[in-house]
Write a protein that binds this ligand. Structure first.
Ligand code: NAD
Length: 403
């Protein structure tokens, strides 16, 4: 099939197999160029390993630390040579191929990570193939979750809390600035967002592995959070998703205590705002993001997921010193985003930005390029006119209760 991008709202409904593979290879090449990470983990589970921060975490642990990796994700296979697989499917297929070629163990399951069945399957695989894990990276971003015990389906919603919020935003279909008002979430909506994006499922993963004696001495687990500047607080940190991140961060503290018997730790790393499939759907954030990217690129500070995660491993977690944390106990790799000179500049641009100057004072063009790259389009060295096979060998699937 000759695969072209088909964009609908926040997603692209097609993905290019060779472009996605190229994306993975470029990330691998970056890690190889930066060099090995001494004393990194050797047996790692990544929950949410197919795109964004989770994929980069898998690449850094495999190619930077020489780790055996097990990945869990929820992706779509290609259908009858008519519909391409999702980008995360192709990323994971390419990752496995490259990892095996490099002599690294890699196994993936395509399953609902929130289910007991997925956890049980991973326990079996780890028991059989690897033995106790050194690390679990929790990088899920999902719009919904079926609770494995109660069966309740919760949806994550992106809203302010308490009062409506009105501000500039950008319509990425029309490339136009607009004013958007979001009504405040109800208590039930806040709770559902916490159910989906909070720490309960992370804790369930660690408990399932602990029950099966699969946590090694010195075990580490890490999940990803975001803080951002005042400008985004109403919709992010003080919004429904912020309530979920508060819960995730509190879970890290509780897990950290429980892991002391393994001489282990649970951390949250606060990462920078980046274009991923999940972050593009958050209201107001894409406008902030294109102004931030403009400023960070001009200052030579821009990073993608792979640079962020490499820095997290090489300079925060495994640099031979105590892991540096902020006053709330979190690791920060959003330090460059949060620099005051960066934020002063972004605020200035936010006040100025209008349809007339959009392309001059923002990185809108870069955003669209980055967005397409998530789906394997626009990569150098890929022939987009070529007829390419869209089917790849299937991943192990795990049945879980349907709605
Ligand atoms: P992403 O959309 O790129 O990746 C989400 C991953 O979760 C994918 O691998 C997907 O397959 C998997 N997934 C979703 N639902 C699943 C399910 N039910 N079962 C199994 N797998 C499932 O997202 P991302 O932006 O990389 O986000 C990962 C984490 O990083 C999130 O906690 C997010 O809040 C955090 N974070 C993101 C940003 C950002 O700007 N993108 C910044 C800081 C922190």
């Amino acid at each position: 099939m000759i695969v072209k991008p088909k964009i609908r709202g926040f997603i692209c409904t097609t993905a290019h197999p060779r472009g996605c593979a190229q994306n993975v290879k470029e990330q691998m090449a970056y890690v190889r160029k930066m060099g090995p990470i001494a004393k990194g983990p050797k047996k790692v589970l990544i929950v949410g390993s197919s795109t964004g921060y989770g994929l980069s975490s898998r690449i850094v642990t495999a190619f930077g630390c020489q780790a055996a990796t097990v990945g869990v994700f929820f992706e779509k296979p290609a259908e009858n040579n008519k519909r391409t697989a999702s980008a995360g499917w192709y990323n994971s297929a390419a990752f496995e191929q490259e990892a095996r070629a490099a002599g690294l163990y890699a196994k993936s399951i395509n399953a609902d990570a929130f289910s007991d069945e997925a956890k049980q399957k991973i326990v079996e695989i780890v028991q059989q193939d690897l033995g106790p894990l050194d690390m679990v990276i929790y990088s899920l971003a999902s719009p919904r979750r079926r609770h494995p015990k109660t069966g309740k389906v919760s949806k994550s919603i992106l809203r302010p809390r308490d009062i409506p919020f009105t501000n500039k935003s950008i319509d990425m279909d029309k490339n136009e600035i607009e004013t958007v008002t979001l009504p405040p979430a109800t208590e039930e909506e806040i709770q559902q967002t916490v159910d989906v994006m909070g720490g309960e499922d992370w804790q369930m993963w660690i408990e399932a592995l602990a029950r099966a004696n699969l946590l090694a001495d010195g075990f580490l687990t890490i999940a990803y959070s975001y803080v951002g500047p005042e400008l985004t607080h109403a919709v992010y940190r003080h919004g429904t998703i912020g309530a979920a991140k508060d819960h995730l961060e509190a879970t890290a503290k509780a897990l950290d205590k429980r892991l002391s018997k393994y001489h282990g730790h649970a951390y949250v790393s606060v990462n920078k705002a980046l274009v991923t499939q999940s972050s593009s759907a958050i209201p107001f954030i894409p406008l902030y993001f294109i102004l931030l990217a403009k400023v960070m690129k001009e200052k030579g500070l821009h990073e993608d997921c792979i640079q962020q995660i490499y820095r997290l491993f090489a300079e925060r977690l495994y640099n031979g010193k105590a892991v540096p944390v902020d006053e709330a106990g979190r690791i920060r790799v959003d330090d460059r985003e949060m620099r005051s000179d960066v934020q002063v500049e972004v605020q200035k641009l936010w006040k100025q930005v209008a349809n007339e100057n959009l392309y001059q004072i923002s990185d809108l063009k870069g955003y669209h390029e980055d967005f397409l790259r998530l789906f394997g389009f626009g990569l150098q060295g890929v022939d987009y006119e070529a007829d390419v096979p869209i089917e790849t060998p299937p991943f192990m699937e795990v049945a879980s209760p349907t709605d």
